[in-house]
Design a protein. Structure first.
Length: 364
């Protein structure tokens, strides 16, 4: 018998609240195998956990977060109950909402078609960053300033676009988005971003990320003129200057001129479509004059920090449910919400159960 285990209600393999949190933290930061090794080396108790036990602790946290968020969305949008969170009386002056997606390699189910010899498919992880900005002096150019993100919160999910957009809206509401003087939606040209979030934030200022806008004419210049040619360099500078000054229609006209001479180049049509669909989000001079951020560096960084750095390491293949759980826990950790979660949890250790020992007769 183990009287202390019985008194503390621990079963074999059960963890204390502190060890459960430590295991989850290790699994959020490191792959499960190396996280287990890290725990064994750092904990003065000498406790050794299997990588599966670290995975379980990490996924349990993520699943708890996901369940809370799912219930939150359901109450707010699909129920007669009042499901809106508490919101501050005064919102921020400017609340930025930037959204993007990045792929995670997941195990293929029986229903999913895969190429011969392949047992995985790519699923999109959607990531959102909610933040405010401040003007700071840049160290690269003394005397000049730049707009930097601050107070960043990350959210991630493997859900469909509508569910994710609703979650982002609730998180923005909780942060005072309904009372913000300005809400800025910043992203690339993915249709789901503007369709779903534009519907939920009808008064928001929509800005197409400058780097994505610039990249389309770069691709055209390389396809038409060849990489690093003088003619391509001259043409590209002219088009980028036009875009920078908000003159999108002249750029579209120049692209159509190129297309009439070289209709076989797909990059031209892609650029024409991209600028035509997003030109009302490309008034860059007006955005700069108002001191608005026009680059999506914050959300690009979020995709790398929340998703790629943990879920896209060599040899990793996830279940969709496992990837979702780790994303939830990692986003909470990187958003500074780790302590809030664990302090809100009521620890319930596994109940102590031990099979009764049957008397046996030893062979002579």
């Amino acid at each position: 018998r183990y009287p202390l285990d019985e008194e503390l209600a621990f079963c074999p393999g059960g963890l204390s609240a502190g060890l459960e949190e430590s295991a989850a933290l290790a699994g959020v930061v490191e792959p499960f195998a190396s996280a287990a090794d890290l725990l064994a080396r750092l904990l003065w108790t000498g406790v050794k956990l299997s990588h599966n036990r670290v995975r379980e602790a990490t996924e349990n946290m993520g699943q708890a977060l996901a369940q809370t968020e799912d219930e939150w969305v359901q109450r707010a949008f699909d129920s007669d109950e009042s499901g809106l969170p508490e919101a501050p009386e005064q919102g921020p002056t400017r609340l930025y909402i930037s959204v993007d997606g990045t792929d995670v390699r997941c195990k293929a189910t029986d229903e999913e078609e895969v190429e011969e010899g392949q047992n995985y498919v790519w699923h999109e992880a959607k990531v959102a960053a909610l933040y405010e900005t401040e003007e700071v002096t840049t160290s690269r150019k003394p005397g000049e300033t730049e707009i930097k993100a601050k107070d960043i919160e990350y959210y991630a999910d493997m859900a469909d676009a509508q569910h994710f957009a609703r979650l982002v809206w609730l998180k923005a509401y909780e942060r005072g988005g309904s009372h913000a003087a300005e809400v800025i939606l910043l992203g690339d040209g993915a249709a789901w971003i503007w369709l779903r979030l534009g519907l939920l934030f009808p008064q928001a200022i929509e800005i197409l990320d400058w780097q994505h806008a610039e990249d389309y004419v770069i691709q055209v210049a390389q396809a038409v003129f060849g990489p690093e040619t003088q003619a391509g360099t001259v043409w590209l500078k002219q088009e980028i200057d036009l875009l920078w000054n908000g003159q999108v229609q002249p750029v579209i006209h120049d692209l159509e001129t190129l297309q009439s001479a070289q209709p076989q180049i797909e990059a031209i049509q892609k650029a024409i479509t991209y600028y035509t669909n997003n030109q009302h989000r490309m008034n860059y001079p007006a955005y700069r004059q108002r001191g608005l951020q026009i680059g999506s560096g914050t959300i690009e960084s979020a995709c790398k920090r929340v998703v790629k750095a943990r879920l896209d390491q060599s040899g990793m293949t996830w279940t969709v449910e496992g990837a979702r759980a780790v994303l939830k826990a990692r986003a909470a950790y990187l958003s500074g919400q780790w302590d809030d979660f664990w302090q809100s949890q009521t620890f319930r250790p596994r109940g102590y159960r031990r099979a009764s020992v049957q008397p046996t007769r030893l062979a002579a």
